[in-house]
Design a protein around this ligand. Structure first.
Ligand SMILES: Cc1cc2nc3c(=O)[nH]c(=O)nc-3n(C[C@H](O)[C@H](O)[C@H](O)COP(=O)(O)O)c2cc1C
Length: 322
């Protein structure tokens, strides 16, 4: 079967293929669809269960049904499928660490995270932006996953921003520039409040534009945001897959894909302890991207007075502390 272009967007095409021949590329394509992150918990046969998932989805309002899917091969699949009561904890943007604890088989995750049991003993995590207490409704066949359909019996929402997962990495929500623009246009707030909105909007736009502009430097070296981040961390010292997951905020699969890619380019190799380290050409590439980054930053600041830059730094530092 020959590949034909899927759309007229050839210049923007990253990859295309067929799930049957390359399941990793298929998974990356699915990762283009952003999701939130939830930790599903339960107490089953006296055992606490908890797993970070991004397959959680709303299904029905009447009856109130939600679903998520679990890998058949997971050591905890049987326990989760048998549990009568389960809780969904929708994570906030401040809970990347919680996602990392529950996204691995970390033995102490229930000691590290603060929680209290619901009426059936399922852990409700502190800091989540929503809790849904559920009863198992059905377990369906989902290929290499089981689909757990659950009936929601009680729900609670809390203040906070959601944690997102998109393109293999953690992300946070940001109002679309159109939304901010329309807020400004209709703002009836006092002048002092209105003055703050354009500044924050400018910050967000500047950040997005500069990141997009720097992309050409990564591409020139055959890198993308994930491989740049992994090379950067390995520049400090050898790391295991788990350490890279924690340090780069990339998901497990994205780290594995990136390592496979970097290894294929001979930028990294495994050391005697099985950790990944930079090869000579990996160190050269890392130095090249660091040099481009420094030159890019210098170019951006060129022509600005020292006092302007110092004032901007003061404002940004002050904004972080408020
Ligand atoms: C952001 C994120 C989303 C995940 N989504 C799912 C999912 O939807 N289904 C699943 O089975 N595993 C998912 N995982 C992986 C599980 O959390 C991980 O495999 C599990 O905690 C490790 O335990 P296990 O050995 O029992 O699989 C996800 C992990 C992360 C970090």
């Amino acid at each position: 079967m020959s590949l034909t272009a899927l759309t007229s967007n050839d210049a923007r095409l990253i990859e295309q293929g067929y799930p049957d021949t390359d399941s990793r590329a298929f998974r990356r394509c699915l990762g283009q669809y952003p999701t939130g992150v939830a930790v599903i918990t339960a107490r089953h046969n006296g055992k606490l269960l908890g797993m970070a998932v991004n397959s959680f989805a709303a299904v029905s309002l009447d009856p109130p049904l939600v679903l998520w899917s679990i890998r058949r091969e997971s050591a905890r699949a049987a326990d989760f499928c048998e549990a009568e009561h389960l809780a969904v904890n929708v994570l906030s943007a401040n809970q990347v660490q919680v996602s990392q604890w529950f996204g691995s088989a970390h033995p102490d995750r229930f000691q590290m995270a603060a929680w209290e049991p619901d009426a059936h003993g399922a852990p409700l995590l502190d800091g989540a932006i929503a809790h849904l207490e559920c009863r198992r409704h059905a377990v369906l066949d989902g290929g290499d996953h089981f689909i757990l359909l659950m009936r929601v019996e009680r729900h609670a929402s809390y203040q906070g921003e959601p944690l997102l997962f998109a393109q293999g990495q953690y992300a946070v929500t940001q109002s679309h520039p159109y939304v901010l623009a329309s807020r400004e246009a209709t703002a009836t707030a006092p002048a002092s409040d209105v003055a703050v909105v354009p500044l924050l909007r400018l910050l967000s736009i500047a950040n997005q534009r500069m990141s997009a502009q720097f992309q050409q430097h990564r591409e020139a070296l055959g890198l993308n945001t994930s491989s740049t981040r992994v090379l950067n961390k390995l520049g400090v010292g050898a790391c295991s897959v788990e350490e890279l997951e924690r340090l780069t905020y990339l998901g497990h699969e994205a780290v594995e894909d990136t390592l496979a890619d970097l290894q294929a380019h001979s930028y990294i190799a495994k050391d005697a302890a099985g950790r990944f380290e930079l090869t000579r050409s990996g160190r050269d590439t890392n130095a090249a991207i660091a040099a481009r980054s420094a030159a890019f930053a210098a170019g951006k600041l060129q022509g600005l007075s020292e006092s302007d830059v110092a004032a901007a730094k003061r404002v940004l530092l002050a904004l972080q502390d408020r």
